[in-house]
Design a binder for this molecule. Structure first.
Ligand SMILES: NC(=O)c1ccc[n+]([C@@H]2O[C@H](COP(=O)([O-])OP(=O)(O)OC[C@H]3O[C@@H](n4cnc5c(N)ncnc54)[C@H](O)[C@@H]3O)[C@@H](O)[C@H]2O)c1
Length: 265
């Protein structure tokens, strides 16, 4: 058993990409994981078959308060406690500011910002109770992005949402610390990671005529990244496990950047 034996984790958007890799890693470290995502339960069966009894699934939209209540009921009934909350679900949007529809701006804010707020609010009490029982306390890991640290042309809504996640995390970290609540909160800032989200974004760029083919965009990203390549989801999951457990017991309100050197330039 690893560092997280006996701990219970909740990962939003856990059926693919960074969330799925994180679930795999936390389970390998000994945790039991509740995964939430938008897909109907039948579509989660492949993932659940891989993880066996260490995982369970609840279909839940992070923007819905009533869905969060259902997730809370599930966690209480199945485990009675929660030590790790990974607010990972997210979505992106690119485009010139003059073409940005208010509805699209609000959708990005709803998923990327409201989702993190609702998840945190729903589980603060249970995390505080459960965190008192484990070394290093409970841990909230909010998945921001390097796009929450630096701007990029035609990424205004996503930039704004991920910047909000960064400062929201610092605020709750300070609130928990000063109230001596045993919950740490840190934001995670991945660079460009090969996931369905990144590929869908590249495909939209190609469809809009901004590039000829997806491979050209991947080559361009590789060249623009100091380390010379995109990240794999597993390379983000290790830092998630680190922030989740006792090895990061003195970290709260911090930003963990995993970007192959992108923001060092
Ligand atoms: N891929 C990257 O390059 C990259 C870089 C930095 C940060 N991120 C962030 O990492 C997180 C995960 O991204 P990913 O690349 O693994 O994306 P992904 O699309 O591969 O996976 C995200 C998951 O979130 C789910 N999801 C989306 N909206 C949801 C909602 N309203 N409620 C519940 N679930 C929802 C999706 O169904 C999907 O399974 C996101 O917050 C993203 O912004 C990604």
């Amino acid at each position: 058993m690893g560092n997280l034996a006996g701990r219970i984790a909740l990962i939003t958007g856990g059926l693919r990409g960074i969330g799925l890799a994180s679930a795999r890693r936390l389970i390998a470290e000994g945790a039991a994981v509740v995964i939430t995502d938008l897909d109907p339960p039948a579509e989660a069966e492949v993932v659940l078959a891989e993880f066996g009894p260490a995982a369970s699934y609840v279909r839940a939209d992070v923007t819905s308060e009533s869905d969060w209540q259902a997730v809370h009921r599930h966690v209480l009934e199945r485990h009675g406690k929660l030590h790790i909350l990974v607010n990972n679900a997210g979505t992106d949007l690119t485009g010139a500011i003059e073409t940005l529809a208010l509805a699209d701006w609000r959708r990005i804010m709803a998923v990327n910002v409201d989702g993190v707020f609702l998840g945190t609010r729903t589980f603060t009490r249970l995390l505080a109770e459960s965190g008192a029982q484990v070394a290093g306390g409970a841990s909230i890991i909010n998945v921001s992005s390097i796009m929450g640290l630096v701007g990029m042309s035609e990424v205004a809504a996503y930039n704004a949402s991920k910047g909000a996640v960064r400062l929201f995390t610092k605020s709750i970290a300070l609130e928990f610390a000063t109230k001596r609540m045993p919950i740490r909160a840190n934001s995670l800032h991945p660079g460009f990671v090969e996931t369905p989200l990144l590929h869908a974004g590249f495909e939209r760029w190609v469809a809009s005529g901004a590039a000829e083919k997806v491979q050209d965009l991947i080559d361009g990203m590789n060249a623009a990244t100091p380390i010379g390549r995109l990240a794999q989801p597993d390379e983000i999951a290790g830092p998630v496990a680190f922030l989740a457990g006792p090895d990061s017991s003195y970290m709260t309100g911090a930003e963990l950047v995993i970007d192959g050197g992108w923001t060092a330039q």
